[in-house]
Structure formats: structure tokens, C-alpha cells
Design a protein around this ligand. Structure first.
Ligand code: NAP
Ligand code: SF4
Length: 675
């Protein structure tokens, strides 16, 4: 008897059956653009072997004007068909099913050729779109239909027509972007004509025995977006036009409400899909912030949807479904929704990977193979770098001993998990604990490893992490000055007015920690919805609460300081930095850049402006928290090197600058893959 009867139940689509209820949602990994088709094929085949019922590829353009950016993957030629058939053959050989997403970006296309229903530039693109005339619209339809036919020729089991997230079809649906007065604009019947026509003509072209998923924006989260009644009307029309499955889209890319970040509660939008249950006859797929089999099972059991889409969790662990099906769900590497190695990479033009699984999208390059001879390996430091090295080495058959001064594994992850909105880190540390036990890694916790302890090992890996940088501000030895470690470890009393020195990742985390009290909104969906102004789209158009965000009052008065004259938080994650900045602004956190720290006094911190040290003034504060960056903790590595004992130094102990768990885990895994 499985723990997940709903999740693992097959889904009969009439002409074909899906083996369970898990869809791997579309992700733009950048793999298709490498044109290394064997590499792309192995990425999807690994997930097919992991028993995902149906996968959707990253968005593939139907023509130049609709492609997300110049050079993005398209399906427009016989050569494209041949290339994509490498993927479909590999997936089918491993027992999987795969649909190709047809993505026409409309005004979101990052290029001067972009087209749209009306001449309204998107706030997230510098390119003003060209308005399509009737012939132009017909060309887009023909291109999308031809693209679908080619997908079928390439061996795909279906297509997903991207109709959400503010892309082309979505742009026709709402008056936010569609001001037309012809048959493609005006009334809702006219505005939904294009999506429905596309589905009807794609169905006619590909035949009945081909999966056609329509991704429908169920809550736009932008002004003048759809009402729930319009969503229902569209869903029914799309069903009548021939869709096999309806997938859920949440929010436009330009929406100022987070929809997938780690601070969004798990399954935060499943209720939106549920509102459509019973209104259409075809199966509904729900999505967004679903990352464990338990959550997915509960949603299906509660009747929120017929199927669950998980995208990033399949980067974190290709074997998600297979592990859930074999009673090993505690072994599933958890997606912590950080976006650091997936979406942040996409938006920086880099190939995606995953913070917790550096092999994601690098399957053909980073191979973990059995070691030729089993060695005894000591790893010092049980933070992300040391844990990854220890686990990878043990997976390869080495005998590993892991030392840490602390009584528990996790290193700085144990601080991160204290921050409201970063609760996913608890699961990550739990996963490490499970894997360490399963791999028989010998733990030596609560002890400082010394050179004699490390004698006799075949290899020594030093992952001793970092120590706080000393900012050397006069007066910093006063009792009201704390380190971020004192604060995040909960060891120190913090006053009502706080000045934070340093506005990097940790400065922002400390600010978030200090302005909250009580239950984190990430743990309470109603609170989170109120904080960000999310409403029921049946009551308020597009799901935007008319009163806007209604955050709880801040628990403290916080000022965040940095010396650089740039906007504080500018260097935070590409896709999540805006959320951290907005969240702190909602809590009235003052952010001041370009300061020089003069001295700390009893009543606060005296700062001036820039190198000229003009305008000296006291930032009043009861507590000052130092978050001035970090330096490598290399004392053990240096001692070993002085004694001629060779060691590998990784993670923060190697380079602390801009260290994050992504780099630490990647470095630890890659080193251990070679030992
Ligand atoms: P960081 O992001 O490099 O930020 C360091 C901050 O300290 C900057 O604001 C910097 O700004 C300031 N600073 C540097 N030298 C200073 C000096 N001598 N005196 C005063 N201020 C100084 O480092 P971090 O905040 O320590 O974060 C480290 C890494 O961990 C980052 O990559 C971050 O993304 C990641 N992270 C870790 C956690 C965690 O819990 N472990 C949490 C969040 C993020 P100025 O030089 O302009 O003053
Ligand atoms: Fe999830 Fe972060 Fe990995 Fe992306 S990088 S898949 S968000 S854990």
C-alpha cells in the first residue's frame, strides 16, 4: 500500500494513459539552445527513468517574432524536427511521455520584431511591440499550428500551448494589453477568440490521439486582468475546441506579487485551480510551490486538481516520483524554491542547474561513478560544501568520516532556516541528515578536528566555512553591538530600533528576521495573501485586493546600511531580489547606501556620506548588528599545509567572497566526483 494513492493513480486520457498524476512543468533551462541534443535528451530521459508521467519541454518558439529572445529554440524546420526526435526517442526508450511547449512570447519577446494585440510596451522589456493586423494574426495562428504538426512529426506525445504568464495569447485576453476594436478585441468573446481559435486549429491539424495541454492563466495578478467568470468561460471554450488537459498559470511575469519564490507558501495557489474543478470535463493540473509528494497527495485527495505540475522539484531530484513510489520520499532532494541555479541562471543567459543538485542539466558532464578503489576520506565541516563532498564520495564507495565543531550538521543552513520566508531550509537539512545516515557516513560532531585526528586518512577535505569580517568600526565592542550569528542563533536580545551594518544577503536576512514576530506569513496562507494583496478572482478582477498589500506592522524599526552608493539589494538574486526589497519596504525598513561608518555610540551609529564624509548624523538604534560579509576560515587548512599534510580546500574556506550554498555544493560535489 502506497502513501500516495492519489498521486500514483494512472490517468486515462482516452487514447493514452498517464502512469501517475505528476507532470514535469515547462522550464527554460537553456539546454535546447546548446544544440547538444544528446545532452538535452539525457536531461529528459533521466526524468523519464524517474517515473514522471508526462514532461513538458521548455518553451519553443513557433516563429522568429514569437521567440522569447533572439537565438531561442524554435520548431520551424525539418532540421528542428530531426533534432527534437533525438529527445523523444530517448524519453520513449525510458518509458516516458513528453509534450513540447509552444511559446509565443508576444510583447515579452526580447527583440525589436516582437508583436502584440496593441502597441503597449511591457514594463519588463525595452522593446515596443508592433501591432498585428488581421493578416498578421492569421500568420501567428498558422505558425503555431505548423509548429504543433512538426512537434508531432518529431515524436512528441503532445504539445502544451502556453496561454498564461502574460505571453502572447494571454495578452489578447485582457484589456490590460488588448485595446483593439476589431473582431480580436473589445468584448470578452472577441478577446478570447485567438486562444480558442489556436486550440481548435491545432487540434484539427494534429488529430485526436495527441495530447493538447492548454496553460491557462487562472489569476493574472495584473490590473485589468481576467475575472474568474472569464477564466471559466475560456476554460470551457478551450475544452470544446479540443484541449486534453488544462494546466494552471499563476500571475504574469510583470506582476508585483511573488508566485514561486521560497517565501510563497507551499501550494499557495491550489485553491485557484480548485475553483475551476467541476466546471470543465477535462482533467485540471495545479501548480506553483508544490515540492513534496505529501503536499501533492493532499491536494489531489482534497479535490484541488486531477494532476499536479512540479517543475523545479524535478531539477532537484530526477527520481522524485520513483522515490515516492518506493517508500523513500525522505530521500528526495528538496527544491527549496530559491531560484538561484535555475531561473536566476535563465535570466542571466546561463544554463540552468539546481542549487541542491549540481547534476541537473549537467547529466552528461558531471557523472558520479563508482570509485576505482575505495579510500578513507575525512571531511571537516558539515555545511553545504562538506556535506556535498561527503555524500558524493560515499555514493562512489569511499569510506567517509565527517567532522564538525557544532553538535548538528548543516552549518550556515541552520541560520538561514531561522529567517521567515526561508523555512524550506529545514527540509534541506533534514534531507542531508537522512542521506548521511543512509550512506553510513561516520559523524564526529561537537569536536574540533585537529591534524592528529586527520592522520591516516587517504584524503582530507577542508570545508570549514567562513568567519564574519571585522568591519573595525570604532565603538563596535560595546554590548549593544551584535554579530549576525548572535542574532540568527537566537542567543541575543535585540532592541526595538536596529541599525544593520551591511546590506548583503545576510543583512537582508537579518532585517527580515527582525521585522517579523509570530508565525511567518510563509506558514499561513491567509496572512501571506493579505501581506501581498492577493484576493479571490471571483470577487476582485485578476485576484488583486483593492486595498493592496496589508502587511502586519513591523516588529522593529530597522535601518539597513551599506557603503556602496548603489541601491541596497541590487546584487541579490536576479529573480528574487525585488521580492526581498519589496518585503522590507512593506515593513518600513529604511535602506541607506553610500555611508561611511564614523563610530558606534550608546544611542546608535554615527554615519556620514561617502568618502567626503559629509553630513554626519546619528542613526538612532538600541542595537547594531554587524553583517559586513565573511572571510575564509582557513586555520585548519593552513596548519595542515604547514605540516605538509595535503588537503583539498572547498566552499567558504576556499573563497568566501559572494559565497553561497550554490557554489559550495557545486564545488563539493565536483571535487568528490574526481577522488
Ligand atoms: P555579502 O553579500 O558579500 O555582503 C556583505 C555586506 O557587507 C555588503 O553589504 C558590504 O557592503 C558590507 N561590507 C563589506 N565589507 C565591509 C566592511 N569592511 N565594513 C562594513 N561593511 C562591509 O555577504 P553576506 O551578507 O555575508 O552574505 C554572504 C553570502 O551568503 C552571499 O552570497 C549571500 O547571498 C549568501 N547568503 C547567505 C545566507 C546565510 O544565511 N548563510 C543568507 C543570505 C545570503 P559595502 O561594502 O557596500 O558596505
Ligand atoms: Fe529549486 Fe533552487 Fe534547485 Fe531551482 S535552484 S530547482 S529553486 S532548489
Amino acid at each position: 500500500m502506497t502513501d500516495y494513492p492519489h498521486l500514483l493513480a494512472p490517468l486515462d486520457l482516452g487514447f493514452t494513459t498517464l502512469k501517475n498524476r505528476v507532470l514535469m512543468g515547462s522550464m527554460h533551462t537553456g539546454l535546447e539552445e546548446t544544440k547538444d541534443w544528446n545532452r538535452v535528451a539525457e536531461f529528459y530521459a533521466a526524468r523519464a527513468r524517474g517515473d514522471v508521467a508526462l514532461m513538458v519541454t521548455g518553451g519553443i518558439g513557433p516563429n522568429l517574432e514569437g521567440s522569447v529572445l533572439p537565438g531561442a529554440a524554435m520548431m520551424v524546420s525539418g532540421e528542428d524536427v530531426a533534432n527534437h526526435s533525438v529527445i523523444t526517442r530517448a524519453v520513449h526508450a525510458d518509458g516516458g511521455k513528453i509534450a513540447m511547449q509552444i511559446l509565443h512570447a508576444g510583447r515579452y519577446a526580447y527583440g525589436p520584431k516582437c508583436v502584440a494585440p496593441s502597441a503597449i510596451k511591457s514594463p519588463i522589456s525595452p522593446f515596443a511591440p508592433t501591432v498585428l493586423d488581421a493578416d498578421g494574426i492569421e500568420k501567428q495562428i498558422v505558425d503555431i499550428v505548423t509548429c504543433a504538426q512538426r512537434a508531432r512529426e518529431a515524436g512528441y506525445d503532445g504539445v502544451e500551448i502556453m496561454g498564461s504568464e502574460g505571453y502572447f495569447l494571454n495578452q489578447f485576453l485582457v484589456t490590460h494589453t488588448n485595446k483593439r476594436e476589431d473582431e480580436w478585441g473589445g468584448s470578452y468573446e472577441n478577446r478570447m477568440r485567438l486562444p480558442v481559435e489556436v486550440v481548435r486549429r491545432v487540434r484539427a491539424a494534429v488529430g485526436e490521439d495527441f495530447i493538447l495541454i492548454y496553460r491557462l492563466s487562472m489569476i493574472d495578478l495584473v490590473p485589468n486582468g481576467s475575472t474568474h467568470a472569464e477564466v471559466v468561460q475560456l476554460a470551457q471554450a478551450v475544452e470544446a475546441a479540443g484541449a486534453t488537459l488544462l494546466n494552471t498559470g499563476i500571475g504574469w511575469h510583470e506582476a508585483r506579487i511573488p508566485t514561486i519564490a521560497t517565501s510563497v507558501p507551499r501550494a499557495a495557489f491550489a485553491w485557484v485551480t480548485q475553483k475551476l474543478m467541476g466546471k470543465v470535463g477535462i482533467p485540471l493540473i495545479t501548480s506553483n510551490r508544490i515540492n513534496t509528494p505529501e503536499v501533492a497527495e493532499e491536494l489531489l485527495a482534497d479535490g484541488c486538481a486531477d494532476m499536479v505540475s512540479m517543475a523545479r522539484p524535478m531539477l532537484a531530484d530526477a527520481d522524485f516520483v520513483a522515490k515516492a513510489a518506493t517508500g523513500k520520499s525522505a530521500h528526495i532532494a528538496p527544491c527549496i524554491a530559491c531560484n538561484q541555479a535555475c531561473l536566476d541562471h535563465t535570466f542571466s543567459g546561463k544554463i540552468s542547474s539546481c542549487l541542491v543538485n549540481p547534476r541537473a542539466c549537467h547529466e552528461t558532464e558531471l557523472r558520479i561513478t563508482p570509485a576505482e578503489t575505495s579510500q578513507s576520506i575525512a571531511v571537516v565541516g558539515a555545511g553545504p560544501a562538506g556535506l556535498s563532498a561527503a555524500m558524493t564520495a560515499a555514493e562512489r564507495g569511499h569510506r567517509v568520516t565527517l567532522f564538525d565543531r557544532a553538535e548538528e550538521i548543516g552549518g550556515q543552513l541552520n541560520m538561514a532556516k531561522q529567517v521567515p520566508g526561508k523555512e524550506e531550509f529545514w527540509g534541506l537539512v533534514d534531507w542531508y541528515r537522512t542521506r548521511v545516515a543512509d550512506l553510513d557516513i561516520a559523524l564526529r560532531l561537537g569536536q574540533d578536528a585537529t591534524a592528529p585526528d586527520l592522520a591516516g586518512f587517504d584524503a582530507v577535505i577542508i570545508a570549514t566555512g567562513v568567519m564574519p569580517r571585522d568591519p573595525q568600526i570604532p565603538g563596535q565592542d560595546a554590548p549593544h553591538v551584535l554579530s549576525y550569528i548572535d542574532v540568527l542563533r537566537g542567543k541575543a536580545q535585540v532592541g526595538k530600533r536596529v541599525a544593520i551594518v551591511g546590506a548583503g544577503g545576510i543583512g537582508f536576512d537579518v532585517a527580515e528576521y527582525l521585522v517579523h514576530e509570530g508565525t511567518s506569513p510563509t506558514e499561513s496562507l491567509p496572512d501571506w495573501m493579505r501581506e501581498w494583496g492577493v484576493a479571490d478572482p471571483a470577487e476582485h478582477r485578476a485576484g488583486l485586493a483593492p486595498e493592496g498589500p496589508q502587511p502586519h506592522a513591523p516588529a522593529r524599526e530597522v535601518t539597513l546600511l551599506q557603503r556602496k552608493a548603489e541601491k541596497p539589494g541590487k546584487r541579490l538574486g536576479k529573480t528574487t531580489g525585488w521580492i526581498h526589497r519589496a518585503a522590507l519596504k512593506m515593513k518600513d525598513v529604511k535602506m541607506i547606501g553610500g555611508v561611511t561608518y564614523e563610530r558606534i555610540e550608546t544611542g546608535g551609529i554615527l554615519v556620514s556620506d561617502g568618502e567626503a564624509r559629509e553630513n554626519p548624523r546619528l542613526i538612532e538604534a538600541d542595537t547594531i548588528v554587524l553583517c559586513a560579509g565573511q572571510l575564509p576560515e582557513r586555520s585548519l587548512a593552513d596548519a595542515l599545509e604547514a605540516q605538509g599534510i595535503p588537503c583539498h580546500v572547498i566552499g567558504g574556506a576556499d573563497v568566501a567572497a559572494e559565497l553561497d550554498a550554490k557554489r559550495a555544493i557545486d564545488q563539493g560535489t565536483r571535487l568528490a566526483a574526481t577522488l
